[in-house]
Design a protein around this ligand. Structure first.
Ligand code: PDD
Length: 289
């Protein structure tokens, strides 16, 4: 399919056939920027408002002026789907950087932020969602501001690569044995009928799907505790699952070569998956401005 990205730079908004990054770009040279990955089901955004809110929170945290309102950006993102005649399941990658300027650690003066967005097809991970995935654990060596969706993903990339090299789907991260999240998703355990996950502090990314997991749990009267747990507790859990915009609500059936419980996706995970499907795929999510 032809891909028409949005490039919003220096106050200009254009659709182009291909995306070219400027030579001296702070996102490339310093990782000086932020991003979002937004899920699309049947040509419609899912959790768009949550992603917009987080993008603007991230921008504020690193002092990037996006030069665009949430409403204007939402309009551009809707146009992007229209322009690409998007009707399938997919995702939009949206990136904002501090702009193009001669390389200098200090912020450039009067340099507008660069915004890029493009859409891609992304079928659901049906088989994995049904059967669950294997994971490894790794120390969380990231910085203290993981609530910012920063472009600096080297520790995440390295952890995910290690998972891949061990034929696993994700790396579960822990700080001094206390589990934070995964390389690109949030993580949960179920014990005695209740869900536990790391509180939404600066140590984790506040996932958009995580917000929904809490809501589904409340709707289903399943206790949801924002209480961090130790790595050891993963192995004693009745169920383990992870969440993200691309992984949805994904059962974890193995951690560090050890089977979780009976090695099958658990009952509560299944209920949450059903609630997700209802919310994301059956409920009308069409956004208009
Ligand atoms: N990852 N934690 C981290 C470190 C993440 O990178 C992500 C998202 C999440 C889940 O956030 P959400 O529910 O809003 O997708 C948690 C995206 C999908 C990515 O980088 O590809």
């Amino acid at each position: 399919m032809a891909v028409y990205p949005i490039v919003l730079a220096q106050q200009n908004f254009t659709h182009q056939d291909s995306l070219h990054y400027p030579f001296e770009e702070r996102g490339l040279q310093f990782g000086d920027g932020i991003y979002e990955v937004i899920r699309i089901y049947k040509g419609n955004y899912y959790l768009l408002k949550e992603h917009m809110d987080r993008l603007f929170r991230s921008a504020e945290a690193i002092k990037i002026d996006l030069n665009v309102t949430k409403e204007e950006l939402t309009r551009l993102l809707l146009k992007l789907l229209e322009k690409n005649k998007m009707t399938s399941d997919g995702k939009v990658y949206l990136q904002a950087t501090r702009g193009s300027a001669p390389r200098d650690h200090v912020f450039p003066i009067d340099t507008p932020a660069n915004l890029y967005a493009y859409v891609q097809d992304l079928p659901r991970h049906s088989e994995k969602l049904k059967h669950g995935v294997c994971t490894i654990t790794r120390p969380d060596v990231r910085w203290e501001n993981c609530y910012i969706k920063s472009l600096n993903l080297l520790p995440n990339v390295l952890a995910k690569q290690e998972a891949k090299e061990q034929n696993c789907y994700e790396a579960i991260l822990h700080r001094d044995e206390l589990v934070t999240e995964c390389s690109s998703s949030n993580i949960y355990i179920v014990k005695d009928g209740a869900i536990y996950t790391h509180p939404a502090t600066n140590r984790i990314l506040h996932g958009c799907v995580r917000i929904r997991v809490e809501k589904f749990a409340n709707d289903l009267s399943i206790p949801f505790h924002e209480q961090a747990f130790y790595k050891e507790e993963l192995f004693q859990a009745d169920e383990v699952f992870l969440s993200s915009s691309t992984s949805e609500i994904m059962p974890v059936i193995q951690v560090d070569n050890e089977q979780i419980h009976d090695g099958k996706p658990g009952v509560i995970t299944r209920k949450l998956q059903e609630a997700y499907e209802q919310d994301a795929l059956i409920t009308e999510n069409k956004i208009t401005l």
